[in-house]
Write a protein that binds this ligand. Sequence first.
Ligand code: GAL
Length: 995
Amino acid sequence: MSSYYEDLAPGSGCREPRAWLRSSRPRMSLNGRWEFKLWSGPAEAPADVMRPDVDVDWDELEVPGHWVLQGHDRPRYTNTAFPFPIDPPRTPDANPTGDHRRWFDLPDDWERDGAVLRFEGVDSCFKVWLNGTEVGTAKGSRLPSEFHVGELLRPGRNLLVVRVHQWSSGSYLEDQDMWWLPGIFRDVTLLSRPLIDDVFVHADYDHLTGAGTMRVDVEPSSAQITIPELGLELQAGEKVTIAGVEPWTAEVPRLYDAQVAVHGETVELRIGFRTVAMTDGLLTVNGQPLFFRGVNRHEHDERRGRAMTVEAMRQDLVLMKQHNLNAVRTAHYPPHPAFLDLCDELGLWVVDECDIETHGFIYTDWRGNPADDPDWAPMMLDRMRRMVERDKNHPSVIVWSLANESHRGRNFGTLAEWTRGRDPGRAVFYERDRSYEFSDFYSLMYTPLEDLEAIGTRTEDVPPETEDDPELETRRRGLPFVLAEYAHAMGNGPGGLADYQRILERYPRLQGGFVWEWIDHGLLLPGAIDHVYGGDFGERVHGANFCIDGLLFPDRTPSPGLTEYKKVIEPVRITGPDPLTIHNLRTFASLDDLEFVWSEELDGEQIDAGRLEVPEIQAGSTAALPPPVETQPPTEMPGDERWLTVRAVLAKDEAWAAAGHEVAWAQFRLGGGSAEDRHDAPSPPQPEAVVSGGVQERGVGRGGLGRVVLGVGEFEGSTGRLVRVGGVEVEGPELDLWRAPTDNDCGQGGRNGVVGEWRAAGLDRLLHRVDGVEVGQDELVVRARVAPDGLGVGVRATYRWVSADDGLRLTVEVEPEGEWGGTAVSPRCGSWPRVGVRMVVPSNLDTVTWFGGGPGEAYADSREAARVGRYTSTVDELQTPYVVPQENGSRIDVRWAELTDAQGNGLRVEGAPYFQLTARRWTTEDLERARHRSDLTPRDHIYLNLDLAQNGLGSASCGPPATPQHTLEPGHYTFSLTFHQFGRSPGHAVGASDT
Ligand code: GAL
């Protein structure tokens, strides 16, 4: 007979699943310090562990918690692979087994009869004893289990013992891409006998009449329900219609407090009236088709793993609301129940996903996949029931998701059928069965833009799964589409969010999507300074840093990807400037909660500002206003830039942000001919785009010791390298085509990535050869060839220096040579990482002020959030601290930048008109070599990259690469930069002490 952790029973001795309820009945939290002992496997664990006098040398552990994050054993990360042999439902002998035990005192007046012991989540299988007697067993890590314990409780001291096995038959259903984190990781509570066993609220909203209908099913049916605010009292099971209720939506999350009472117990509910329906091939709520601006959220805390605190849950939701997100998919299991309360309260649409993923069967070619084996149906259905029953009263939950990435299987039919029967008031979702037989949605992940466009127009290819079944195919093609996952936010990126959004918004069939994913799963182990990821323990099978792919860093700081997403999905779009048009992209709410403010800036300095009078704009409507300033004034001084910035901010405090919080914005360039909006700068440029400046007459002279002096510039005679600009010591600008590859450059297992071809073309090892230094009357020309060893490809670089406006102008011409398009033996290189120059300046020039895009990092296909302005930062603050170091920190469309020391002296660089600026205290090579943040040690210089352009980011770490439009092709480029020394004391030897 197989053991309870290897059999196919979901558990033993458990109560029937029911709703998570806030009850007035006494309860006792059993969270806190427990005794703990880890065994290498069940064979080693003592059979008499339930005895109070068992001979165990107990350690201590915090519950809820994971023992692997508290110094016992270590966490393990795999993406798809099971970290044990695939032999379902068997587990390995080496099955870490943690015995947990806790003494607790029960007050004499505690009513023991009928008491229930509740576990909100234990990973992955456990057995419980109370006062020496076995209570039951359970599996299903991210789901609650309840046991009757009344007869076993004693007044005074009680001993609770819980044995947890890391691996069980259930683990075959829990192969989500995440850390394997065993333990009692959610609350443990002792409840006195529930008098109200279960509650199921059915609260609909009729958008045509504005009436709510309500029925509350209760066990027992003698219960009374009151909703004081509506003056309503009704019986369990009684259906009522209430005129004029306010509906619940994620935009206006209106909740009504209600009480369900029987003699001796009151349960507090928060009811939201809303109706979910599939109408004319679309998911609607209250009659309106929804549009998801969503994100996939795992539960993750850098120190606590999935043992989340309520504060961290709230922080997640507040950050989501502040960044314009309106939907969350609980990837890939039901979250802590408190999270859904917060979603009801703050307003998020929720796709609640069941704790099922059998992804690792990909390595048996899906042989033995539980999803298609009827023997596993009870265990799968048990999970679905426990999720639906627990979460059924949350208005925020509008879709039940059967599972993630578990291939096709009949058991999903069983799950879908049961779910529809139990809860006809919500939609059902499953992505991975390409027939979509059991799903109300067509859905894919990481879909390329052209495929998305085809889906929008219902012209997508027929999937093999429905090829031979015209009826099923017709049904599938009629379904609405949701991107279950897209825009893989691994490392620097994702690129292309705006491109996705344009298509998603264009076609009604596309109901939005969920970015992968919310937070980096970097873990900080006790005493560590770096976040760990797969492979950090020398394990052979692991998923490397594929779990470091969130919009938040592990400490919940937003990454530039989240700032970009916020801009791209803003629910108010402002176009103009004449007229200024405000589009309300919301589904339900007007814009009355917002205030519109504007400012006019000249060269980044505000010269005027005010408030706009905006009429009421209903959801889906627009209003056109006259611009608040003259948009076509007489031309400004050459070079001056006038911008109008319009911002939509919260007019009053909301639960998730204070009045003044910015929701949306737009900028318009004014004057000097036709007004342009901020996206007119081509980026990256096409080859042959020539940007250059005029030559100014200044004499060139030979300095001593082989030095050449040109205006404020001093050059090394033999190499033509710039060594000084006025008093600033520099190491001359040199052509640079390389960047520290991003995760998205690398692609997934080499697929889609560009790094392979970059390395094959030797871009990571370019050597510079000076072919000539020509000292002319007014200019210095340096000709060089930049090429990798071992290959015939290269580029000719011509650096042309002239003295200009007290400064020094450099024009760089780049001309490719050789077979960049590929040969019979070498692959084509379709892009370059960057085209620009790198140069070295003294380390004390560490304050950076610039006029251009900011304040954050931006790249060709991730630049919507960059607005034109004048910014000041430090070199250290310009770094984006990706958990795995990689190219970062670029500021885009920079007109000029000044690097200054503490005295205000420094170096100024001007573009013609723009450049892309990166400054750091380490080299690109240092960045490329580093595997963790602490591998980066500041050197005693600052390294600048001044680029004409960089290649786009794309999201090829799990998705498509940068689009052709954002690809920096090898080609002929020319660009100019002008250098000035400036400061309060011209001629002062800036940085001399550092070099
Ligand atoms: C999806 C999967 C996620 C995650 C993501 C890549 O296929 O559902 O769990 O693995 O890819 O990070």
